[in-house]
Write a protein that binds this ligand. Structure first.
Ligand code: M1P
Length: 255
């Protein structure tokens, strides 16, 4: 069968993280980035792989009248646990199906007790966000505003609230087979070992790309881009923010 990407001059896939790479954290894509990605797509196959859920990522990338699903060849939310190829759904994974109600209840109860006892400057709402393929845990709560997020991130750099929380969970639930990944500003993701961003690579195997590039900002050990960045199947690129991504793309792909 011929590839749906036969129109691209190179058999190359370029995958992008979202927050900190294509957009600022939880914000929309700029028109300049959108245009650059459209130019890149004329040359190679492009995809996005974010830790967030589908609704949030598509909100961020659907800016300026665009429909995010139409702008990317591959669209991977929750690390690829929710996956689309050319706008068509490939598959979904179930965290609760994997962990089971009893074990999840113990984990959720422990997390909520731990947060209740945390003395941090402010708390908002939604401390556990239950997703298809993972849970996301936030000590301040996911209802924090953009400003409250920024302040929490600064506070957490010194206080290490999330690092200590994750340490305790790893110790307490060591036999659960879970990965705890601090990827954003106010929270961390919890999912089974192997359900990190490398998970999405299984969805592209059938296209036998010559090269798979990955651009991300949290590519250091412990960051949620680390596994896919250092995977032998990818060529990893570290960027600090969206403007740096644009410079790197222009250089790498002569745009
Ligand atoms: O994409 C990185 C992370 O973005 C969000 O993190 P936070 O709300 O802490 O900034 C979350 O959606 C998280 O799941 C994701 O990994």
């Amino acid at each position: 069968m011929s590839s749906p990407f036969a129109d691209r001059p190179s058999k190359v896939l370029v995958l992008f993280d979202v927050d900190g790479t294509l957009t600022l954290a939880r914000q929309g894509v700029t028109p300049e980035m959108q245009q650059l990605l459209r130019d890149l797509r004329k040359k190679v196959v492009i995809g996005v792989v974010g830790g967030s859920d589908f609704v949030k990522i598509s909100e961020q990338l659907s800016a300026h009248g665009a429909n995010a699903l139409d702008e990317f060849d591959y669209f991977f939310a929750e690390n690829g646990l929710t996956a689309y190829k050319l706008g068509k759904s490939l598959s979904q994974q179930s965290f609760i199906g994997w962990i089971g109600e009893e074990k999840y209840k113990k984990l959720a109860n422990f997390i909520l007790h731990y947060i209740a006892d945390l003395d941090i400057p402010i708390k908002r709402g939604t401390f556990i966000e239950f997703r298809n393929g993972m849970i996301n845990v936030s000590p301040i709560g996911r209802n924090a505003t953009i400003q409250e997020r920024i302040e929490f991130e600064q506070y957490d750099k010194k206080a290490g609230v999330r690092a200590e929380f994750v340490r305790v969970l790893r110790e307490k639930f060591g036999d659960y087979g879970l990965t705890f990944s601090i990827g954003g500003q106010i929270s961390f993701d919890v999912f089974p070992h192997g359900w990190d961003k490398t998970y999405c690579l299984r969805h592209v195997e059938d296209e036998h790309f010559d090269e798979i590039h990955f651009f991300g900002d949290k590519t250091y050990k412990g960051g949620n881009d680390y596994e896919i960045f250092s995977d032998p199947r990818t060529i990893g690129h570290t960027v600090a923010n969206p403007p740096e991504t644009m410079v790197a793309l222009k250089e790498q792909f002569s745009l």
